[in-house]
Design a protein around this ligand. Sequence first.
Ligand SMILES: *Cc1c(COP(=O)(O)O)cnc(C)c1O
Length: 230
Amino acid sequence: MTITQRLKQIRSQISNAELAFNRQPGSVLLLAVSKTKPAEDLAAAYQSGQRHFGENYLQEALGKQQALGAYDITWHFIGPIQSNKTKALATHFDWVHSVDSLKIARRLSDQRPAHLPPLNICLQVNISDEQSKSGITLDELPELCEQVVKLPKLKLRGVMAIPAPQDDFERQRRPYKTLYQAVAKLGRPELDTFSFGMTGDLQAAIAEGSTIVRIGTALFGERNYAGKLV
Ligand SMILES: *Cc1c(COP(=O)(O)O)cnc(C)c1O
């Protein structure tokens, strides 16, 4: 299948899930996760109407941004963040989904160039994957939100999660439901973004309120990490 055909198929899966779970049509954005894939693959998706792309590795992303400089792309960073990368992230991205400390948030705000609008931010919450070191706990969410909303060059949009993989649909739904409810309890209507769902659990994520699904494999095929630039 071509990228164009795969894109069409994923878009229809999203529409079907919106319909099945009483979500407003068009309320779930497709983020094309293009890590390890060449600029030509992104260009192919772009030609078929895709505008939002997600990248995990800074150097790799900067190369593709340069190659695709003439395209009207919204760039999302979704990978782990090291302090020494915040300046480039603040300069070259529209969204960062993987903020998990006040220190990183402060640096992104301080380093966001004055001429650009505030950087869109999601806080990464670790809801079920004890193995992963990324992400804050649910308990830390209220306090970090309170601090991050004060930062002038950031716009706190919501939360991102990467739960431990599960095959069972009901099990896939559970961590998303927990996180959705925790955010609802904060009573902050400006938090309008739930960055939930990947190739393996897109339907469950949409059932539980996802507004951005991050899809890599289903769109671009399996990834080969040999020789990747971080
Ligand atoms: C790689 C990645 C994805 C895409 O995962 P697929 O299973 O290939 O769809 C989504 N989110 C994050 C944070 C990723 O690192």
